[in-house]
Design a protein around this ligand. Structure first.
Ligand code: APR
Ligand code: ZN
Ligand code: ZN
Length: 367
């Protein structure tokens, strides 16, 4: 079928809204009509060329919609009409990470990302003779997607599409960094660097886990206000002075936990320097390919600091996304507060300009 989609042809150029062909779902795949798609910073890394993928590509990886068609040989757990959130990591259920409970590290994920196809390596997206690529098996800046049935989670009634969409990336990433990568932290101090969709989700996770104090750093005072509404007990305006000095003025011993949701060497360094002895830095933000940051050897050893990475909230999305929806419906994760401006698909570039210039809240595209 023919549909509109936002295509990245060259890094550094705007996405183009094109009429593209979507082939029907094959074995184990489903067709989903997209209702909402979040404006995540990760697509922006590919738009700028910080990270690369096979081109041309239909971007978008944080989406939700309604199943319109099941391909052959699906497992029987999904039905036409089901509302689903999309996940940008599939799970094969057979590799070591899958069977040891780390499905976000499933070996089929990086393979799918590298080929720009679905799980069998082929694409359902084309334009005339030209093959277009999928983005992380999702490509939801489009009216419809064909995805693996292992790339979706059912969404309960009462969760609107915008919420379901952002739950599948920003929310599970940020909340999971606290609930999964950190775990128990009631009464312990936590620093969250970055108050975008991911960082604010970590703030909500920290409140849920009972962390205290919860300190949030950003360069944008308006985002810090939102962080306070979501649970920050203290905020630091990184534009108003040195982040580490400001944090140590608040908490002279440093913090037990730090979540870096920006993805820059300078802020990772700051987060490391803010750690108390035996404190842990959880790196969440993606950087440019090959980017590094320096860790002072003696501070690492003598203060027994730890640095760990967390991808996709270190989650088991089949378990954790339903939990997130349940907490939202129970009023314990105020995800509505996260939603910012909504845009039609035609204005997706404008949404990314707004992200780059610091708009507050998670923008969402409604195709
Ligand atoms: N100091 C403090 N805050 C900063 C700084 C800085 N030097 N530089 C940027 N920020 C803030 C921005 O103002 C913004 O609020 O970091 C935040 C980043 O948020 P978004 O751009 O909305 O990004 P988000 O989608 O939340 O993702 C964050 O996680 O998954 C990754 O690829 C993603 O690297 C990105 C990160
Ligand atoms: Zn994302
Ligand atoms: Zn696997």
């Amino acid at each position: 079928m023919s549909m509109r989609a936002a295509v990245l042809r060259q890094p550094g150029t705007p996405l183009t809204i094109e009429e593209v062909d979507l082939a029907p779902p094959r074995s184990g795949e489903i067709l989903v009509r997209i209702e909402a798609s979040g404006i995540c910073h990760s697509d922006y890394h590919y738009m700028t060329g910080d990270i690369t993928c096979p081109l041309p590509v239909v971007l978008g990886h944080e989406g939700a919609g309604i199943i319109e068609e099941l391909g052959p040989d699906t497992a029987g757990t999904l039905a036409v009409g089901d509302r689903v959130a999309l996940m940008w990591r599939p799970r094969c259920g057979r590799c070591i990470p899958c069977i040891t409970g780390n499905p976000v590290l499933c070996q089929s994920g990086p393979r799918q990302a590298a080929t720009g196809g679905l799980l069998d390596g082929t694409s359902r997206l084309s334009r005339g003779d030209e093959q277009l690529h999928h983005f992380l098996g999702v490509s939801c800046f489009a009216e419809r997607v064909v995805v693996s049935e292992t790339s979706v989670v059912r969404v309960p009634d009462g969760v609107r599409p915008e919420i379901a969409a952002i739950a599948g990336c920003a929310v599970i990433t940020g909340v999971g960094a606290v609930l999964n990568a950190i775990g128990e932290c009631a009464g312990e101090s936590i620093l969250v660097l970055g108050a975008g969709g991911v960082g604010l989700s970590s703030v909500m996770g920290a409140r849920l886990a009972g962390a205290n104090p919860i300190v949030v750093v950003d360069v944008d005072p308006e985002k810090l206000e939102l962080a306070t509404r979501l649970g920050a007990t203290h905020t630091i305006d990184a534009g108003a002075g040195d982040t580490v000095e400001q944090l140590l003025a608040l908490l002279p011993d440093g913090v037990t936990w730090a979540v870096e949701a920006i993805g820059r060497p300078a802020t990772l360094q700051q987060a490391f320097d803010c750690l108390a002895p035996a404190g842990t830095l959880v790196a969440v933000g993606l950087g440019r390919v090959g980017e590094t940051f320096a860790i002072p050897v003696n501070a690492l050893v003598q203060r027994q600091k730890r640095v760990i990475g967390s991808l996709y909230g270190s989650a088991n999305p089949l378990v954790d996304l339903p939990k997130i929806f349940g907490l939202y419906l129970a009023g314990r994760l105020p995800l509505d507060e996260l939603i910012g401006t909504t845009y039609p698909l035609e204005r997706v570039n404008e949404a990314y300009d707004a992200l780059a210039s610091g708009s507050v809240g998670r923008a969402v595209v409604i195709p």
